[in-house]
Design a protein around this ligand. Structure first.
Ligand code: NG1
Ligand code: MG
Length: 523
């Protein structure tokens, strides 16, 4: 039986998962996983669940404001080989080991009778990501099966190939693979992709980051060879977008900065602070324009800039279903909002808590309680102007990018080049906006982008949360080698004189769009 488009495939073969050129290497890796499992646990695994990392092509830091984004899955993924314990009385036990036990220490824990596990989000601990997937899947199973209380026990061996803290979303890959493994271990064969993504989004927040939903979508939904257009309103949905047939094909190259961006320690001044800033911007704008209370939405803090836009259109312009307006009308709205931000949020230096409290007519303590308690932030001033500008501007760029991808494919070399240049320019604009007004780049990422552009990249930008991690580049195939050389000489060897060839191999990856989550039956 072939799975429905929205179902996680369970009877896949490796050739349906990986591109041709990765097959040999992956087959070996899967064999090693199974034999290592046998050595550690003395039995065969029942199945392997897998979920990939992702690179975001465009639409940075706007998923939690509920604007559309275009990521794609990469080949690097997380594998969990699993053997299910027979159902017993009392607590069920999870044994978690890693293919690399020196780096990731083995862990065991009991799922209590209540079925609920505790996650200590203050500890940076790899088993938390499994627990978060377990928590999400348990909730979903309870919704589906009235008498479901707790998951069965499992022996697990994990092999993660997505570099952690590298902006390629190793965390979402791990959470999605875990949630999927738990569903499967508890007897659900047909896992609905949308349900899986929804639980993974919510449960990953338990690990300590107030994230949006791009990564989990990009890890679960994609079909091999396609990028993904993800929408969050009126509800989560994703469309696979094939790249146009081109005379000279487009290639995405990913380059690591090797600056570790650890959201757990930097959250209060970086990621989580941005989430608070855009939320406050939505509240302030809605007061300035005299809107009634913003309806609560799927944003991590319950109100979002997208919610503001839709409410504004409804209350001021009488447009009820704003998500049904044409793309060009939507774009005009966004353009208008950029101007409104320019005019009505003039303070370059940011807004203090006192000022925000006065505008929105709510006590500072109540604002802090609602938006800064679960994920504390440290800031004297909140840069509402710059953050809102970036969000609306980036939302426009995503629409433009999508329009270019959906247009009839170019017929001549000249048109081909123009298309790549236009796509690249949008990516370059994103980088400028991230660097200058969202302030989530860093000198190392800026440098990788500048070097690539000088050596022939059409478009270069950071990808993922930023402040370190990875960059992504739209590169003509003929320029891949010269760009690689330039990075090696001018970036990697300069900054890391002892860098090994293996490490360089890992640093620069030419990536093809990979396929989303799947389960492979072993025993
Ligand atoms: P990274 O840090 O690359 O996994 C994060 C968020 C995304 C999105 C991007 C920025 C998590 C799990 N993911 O991605 O939702 O907001 O930053 O576009 O925190
Ligand atoms: Mg992550």
């Amino acid at each position: 039986m072939t799975p429905k488009a929205m179902e996680v495939p369970t009877k896949t073969t490796l050739s349906e998962i990986y591109p041709e050129d990765a097959l040999k290497r992956q087959t070996k890796r899967w064999q090693t996983l199974v034999t290592t499992f046998e050595e550690r646990y003395g039995k065969q695994p029942d199945f392997v669940s897998r979920s990939p990392g992702r690179v975001n092509i465009i639409g940075e830091h706007i998923d939690y404001s509920l604007f559309e984004v275009i990521p794609m899955a990469i080949t690097a993924d997380v594998l969990l080989a699993v053997s299910v314990h027979p159902l017993e009385q009392g607590p069920s036990t999870i044994h978690l080991t890693n293919i690399n036990p020196q780096k990731f220490e083995s862990k065991s824990f009991d799922i209590p009778d209540t079925g609920d596990v505790h996650i200590d989000s203050s500890a940076l601990e790899w088993s938390n990501y499994f627990k978060s997937g377990l928590m999400g899947a348990t909730e979903l199973l309870r919704k589906k099966q009235k008498d479901f209380k707790q998951s069965v026990g499992m022996d697990i061996l994990a092999d993660g190939k997505v570099p952690s803290g590298g902006g390629l979303s190793s965390s979402a890959a791990f959470v999605c693979a875990s949630a999927l493994a738990v569903m499967k271990a508890n007897g659900v064969d047909e896992v609905d992709k949308k349900e899986l993504v929804e639980v993974a989004i919510v449960s990953e927040r338990a690990v300590g980051v107030n994230s949006g939903g791009m990564d989990q979508s990009a890890s679960v939904f994609p079909l091999q060879g396609s990028a993904l257009y993800v929408s969050f309103v009126p509800e989560l949905s994703a469309k696979n977008v094939a790249f146009p047939e081109l005379k000279s094909p487009l290639t995405f190259v990913i380059a690591q900065s090797f600056v570790q961006a650890d959201k757990h320690t930097t959250g209060p001044v970086c990621y989580n602070l941005r989430v608070v800033e855009v939320t406050l911007a939505a509240l302030v704008l809605s007061k300035i324009f005299g809107l009634k209370e913003l309806p609560s939405d799927a944003g991590p803090l319950g109100v979002s800039l997208r919610g503001f836009q839709d409410s504004y259109m409804q209350q001021k312009e009488g447009i009820h279903d704003n998500h049904t307006v044409s793309k060009s009308d939507f774009q005009d709205q966004l353009q208008d909002l950029v101007q409104k931000v320019d005019q009505y949020l003039p303070q370059e230096e940011g807004y203090t808590r006192q000022q925000i409290s006065e505008i929105i007519g709510e006590d500072i303590s109540s604002i802090e309680e609602k938006y800064m308690k679960k994920f504390p932030v440290r800031a004297e001033r909140f840069k509402l102007r710059q953050r809102a500008m970036h969000v609306f501007g980036e939302a426009i760029r995503v629409l433009n990018f999508m329009q270019l991808l959906s247009a009839p494919p170019p017929q001549t070399e000249k048109e081909n080049k123009e298309l790549l240049q236009a796509l690249g320019e949008l990516m370059n604009d994103t980088q400028d906006s991230c660097r200058d007004i969202y302030e989530n780049s860093c000198p190392e990422l800026d440098e990788l982008c500048n070097l690539a552009r000088a050596a022939g990249s059409y478009g270069s930008r950071l990808t993922g949360a930023g402040w370190g991690g990875c960059s992504v580049h739209l590169v003509p195939e003929s320029k891949v080698d010269s760009i690689r050389q330039s990075w090696i000489i001018n970036y990697y060897r300069k900054r890391f004189p002892d860098i090994t060839d293996d490490k360089l191999e890992e640093a620069i990856v030419v990536s093809k769009p990979g396929s989303g989550s799947s389960v492979v039956q072993i025993a």
